[in-house]
Design a protein around this ligand. Structure first.
Ligand code: SAM
Length: 288
């Protein structure tokens, strides 16, 4: 019998407590360390990512290897990037016997992802450190990496922003960016008791299927996100004033809105992705 076959599931309170004790680990709040102790949630992430034998998976923040083990058991080829310098030595023990796991020490916001993952398509699976959820999601999306699925555990409040539709308070630049690149769907509610230590917030697993082409076709993606950022930068202002205050050429704002057929007294949070696209294209046309 191979060594891994007798290894217990890490996603369990007793096993996790034992590992923490055995390695003298103190969990770091600063690094967003809340380790999963519920095997059904690990399985839920593996299922949502539709993991098949041989799938290449980038995991962010493996911790002590809880989700990593689930991914590896499902046959994925896992590359896991961990910032905490103490953890690679622990992972070498907890994941002993899995030859389909590679640990890369480093900061996910700084590592060169194309260098570690190569050009072939891959999936992302992670129980994210909540203090940098948005920067991580944005970095993964904006770089046009060959990602097909992104399944992450995030704070519920962030997930609600990711799936929000125009008109409500949750709709913002993150909603537009996530929906521009992906089709997000909340797949699991995860209570605080599923982690050690229990976080102060509710969590969810959100599955984002990356679109083959973005949700709207625009002439200049940079302009699209410039307009989106400006529109949500000053939410209480009318769209026209928010765009002027947000760095778009003041003298072009009225014309661009007219060309796009958008009433200047509307607020940014009421615009659909298609309308943001038309507005961005109007600015692009005038910049030529
Ligand atoms: N995957 C484990 C689990 O599900 O139990 C741990 C998840 S814990 C919420 C987040 C992990 O991300 C921690 O292990 C933490 O050390 C790591 N981390 C924090 N900041 C990071 C960064 N910038 N780059 C890579 N990993 C990071």
């Amino acid at each position: 019998m191979s060594e891994k076959a007798i290894q217990p599931k890490i996603a369990n309170r007793e096993v996790t407590m034992h590992i923490l004790k055995a390695f003298g680990l103190r969990m770091s709040k600063k690094l967003g360390q809340n380790f999963l102790i519920d095997a059904s949630i690990v399985q839920g992430i593996v299922d949502a990512a539709e993991i098949e034998e041989g799938d290449r998976v980038l995991e962010i923040g493996p911790g002590i290897g809880t989700l990593t083990q689930g991914l590896a058991e499902a046959g994925a080829d896992v590359t896991a990037v961990e910032l905490d310098k103490k953890l690679p030595a622990v992972l070498a023990e907890t994941l002993k016997g899995y030859d389909n796991v590679r640990i890369v020490p480093g900061d996910i916001l700084k590592v060169n992802i194309p260098e570690i993952m190569g050009d072939a398509p891959f999936k992302v699976a992670a129980n994210l450190p909540y203090y940098i959820t948005t920067p991580i999601l944005m970095a993964l999306l904006e770089r046009h990496l060959p990602i097909t699925h992104m399944v992450t555990m995030v704070q519920k409040e962030v997930a609600l922003r990711m799936v929000a539709k125009p008109g409500g308070k949750d709709y913002g630049a993150l909603s537009v960016a996530v929906q521009y690149y992906t089709e997000p769907e909340i797949v699991l509610d995860v209570p605080p008791r599923s982690f050690i230590p229990a976080p102060e917030v509710d969590s969810v697993v959100i599955a984002c299927k990356v679109r083959e082409t973005p949700a709207v076709e625009v002439v200049d993606e940079k302009m699209f996100f410039r307009v989106v950022k400006a529109a949500f930068g000053q939410r209480r202002k009318t769209l026209a004033n928010a765009l002027k205050g947000g760095g778009l050429p003041k003298e072009q704002v009225r014309d661009a809105m007219e060309r796009a057929g958008i009433d200047p007294t509307r607020r940014g949070e009421t615009l659909t992705l298609a309308e943001f696209g038309e507005l961005a294209d109007a600015f692009s046309a005038m910049a030529q």
